[in-house]
Each structure stands twice: as structure tokens, then as C-alpha cells.
Write a protein that binds this ligand. Structure first.
Ligand code: AP5
Length: 215
């Protein structure tokens, strides 16, 4: 199965993608994570993307679609992909169709996480991840079982994203409304969109996604 998780910043795409990876052995393809890795490594893509990401604007369609193509090529043919944060524009949606069909894959489902924007700033500004394994946490909504120790790998190092501040989050939301939300009708026309209440608690959202994928 190849699926898209769609929703504004902080909707829970990354949180739910990690759970699907653990449960079904799918592969999470997060363009945000790929770009952050490129920034950290100081690659040409990273150098181009850094300032754009810090402003909360979108990186060029060509760059992100090329990253997705490389990841798809590196995956086993039988492994399902979870597109997290991609596509984000009509041009990227078009590229994804081509990238999938060139590799004999199709798009099975689009999960739209419906959320109340007012809650997202709190979600994003309270989020942190394990610096070693990348597991996501939240100051209020998903704390480690033992304070200061990662549940998954035992590391005691955590990090926060430089673009997780209120001003940048507002720009990211505006970008979502202007450029990403308008691509939903493309998938609605194909009858593959399931809308899930992203304001429910994390386990309930996971259960709703699993129901949508078993249809
Ligand atoms: P990206 O990394 O994709 O960020 P984003 O879309 O803004 O999404 P987030 O990672 O912020 O949110 P999420 O939905 O994954 O939420 P999460 O699960 O962490 O992109 C960053 C930047 O890279 C972009 O601004 C752009 O510059 C660039 N970029 C990336 N892709 C691009 C593309 N395709 N084209 C162009 N540019 C691109 O949840 C948030 C927090 O809430 C967590 O702490 C979590 O624990 C908590 N939480 C989750 N679900 C719930 C719940 N149900 N109840 C309570 N708390 C919850």
C-alpha cells in the first residue's frame, strides 16, 4: 500500500507515520526529515533549503520530488510508502503520480487529518524528539515513560526544531492553506480520501487510520 498523510503543520502526520511503520513495516517518506538531514549534512540541497525552511516557506518542487524519487528507488518493491509532508503543491501531486507509475506503484489512499488550527501552535511549540532515534514526544501530550529517557532507545539526549516557533508556524499554516489544501480535490475526484478527526487523542487517531486502511 502507498498512502499520503495530509494535514497542516502539527496535525500529527509524523506521529501517525511512525506508528504505521512500527505496526505494518511500511516506510515513512518525510520530505521534512530528508531536508533537515540535508541541512545538517551541509549538502547543496541543504544549503538551498535552510533559510527557506527557517522562514516556514516551501522548498522548490524539483528538489523535494527528486528526494522522493531517490527514496522510492532505494525501497524494496514490496514495501509500502507513507508520504508524510509530500505532496504539498499541485506540481508535486503531479510529480508523485509520475514517480509512482514509473515504478509500477499506485496511490491507494489519502488520509486527511482534520484539525483545529488554534491547537496546532501548542502542539508544535511543545514537541521534541529523541536526538538518537528520532522518536517524537510532546511536553504535554506524549511524554517519555521515564522523564528524560527515550522509551525506544534509552538515549537521554533530545532536540527541538528551529522552525517550531509561533511566527514560523503561522507562515507554515498559511502556506498549507494556500498551496497544499487545494490539492485535496484531485484525490477526492479519485474517491481515495478518508478524513480522520486529528483532534482525537493519538491512539484514537491511529485506530481511525487503521480502519481506513483496512477498507
Ligand atoms: P515538515 O517537517 O513536513 O513539517 P510540517 O508539515 O510543518 O509538519 P510537522 O512535522 O510540523 O507536523 P506533523 O503533522 O508531522 O505533526 P507531529 O506528528 O510532529 O516540513 C518542514 C519544512 O520543510 C516546511 O516548512 C518546508 O519548508 C519544508 N518542506 C517539507 N516538505 C516539503 C515539500 N513537500 N515541499 C516543499 N517544502 C517542504 O505532531 C506535532 C506534535 O503534536 C507532536 O509533539 C505530537 O506528539 C503531538 N500530537 C500529534 N498528534 C496528536 C494528537 N492527536 N493529540 C495531541 N497531540 C498530538
Amino acid at each position: 500500500m502507498n498512502i499520503i498523510l495530509l494535514g497542516p503543520p502539527g496535525a500529527g502526520k509524523g506521529t501517525q507515520a511512525q506508528r504505521l511503520v512500527e505496526k505494518f513495516g511500511m516506510r515513512q517518506l518525510s520530505t521534512g526529515d530528508m531536508l533537515r538531514a540535508a541541512v545538517k549534512a551541509g549538502t547543496p540541497v541543504g544549503l538551498q533549503a535552510k533559510a527557506v525552511m527557517e522562514r516556514g516557506e516551501l522548498v522548490s518542487d524539483q528538489i523535494v520530488s527528486a528526494l522522493i524519487g531517490e527514496e522510492l528507488d532505494a525501497m524494496g518493491a514490496g514495501t509500502g510508502a507513507i508520504f508524510d509532508g509530500y505532496p504539498r503543491t499541485a506540481a508535486q501531486a503531479e510529480s508523485l503520480d509520475a514517480l509512482l507509475s514509473d515504478r509500477g506503484r499506485g496511490l491507494d489512499r489519502v488520509i486527511e487529518l482534520e484539525v483545529d488550527e488554534d491547537a496546532l501552535v501548542e502542539r508544535i511549540c511543545g514537541r521534541f524528539t529523541c536526538a538518537n532515534c528520532g522518536k517524537g514526544y510532546h511536553d504535554k501530550f506524549e511524554q517519555p515513560n521515564q522523564a528524560g529517557v527515550c522509551d525506544k532507545c534509552g538515549s537521554t539526549e533530545f532536540k527541538r526544531r528551529p522552525d517550531d516557533n509561533e511566527e514560523t508556524v503561522r507562515t507554515r499554516m498559511a502556506e498549507y492553506r494556500a498551496k497544499t489544501a487545494p490539492i485535496l480535490p484531485i484525490y477526492d475526484a479519485r474517491g481515495i480520501v478518508t478524513r480522520v478527526n486529528g483532534m482525537a487523542d493519538i491512539d484514537q487517531v491511529t485506530a481511525a487510520i487503521e480502519r481506513a486502511l483496512s477498507v
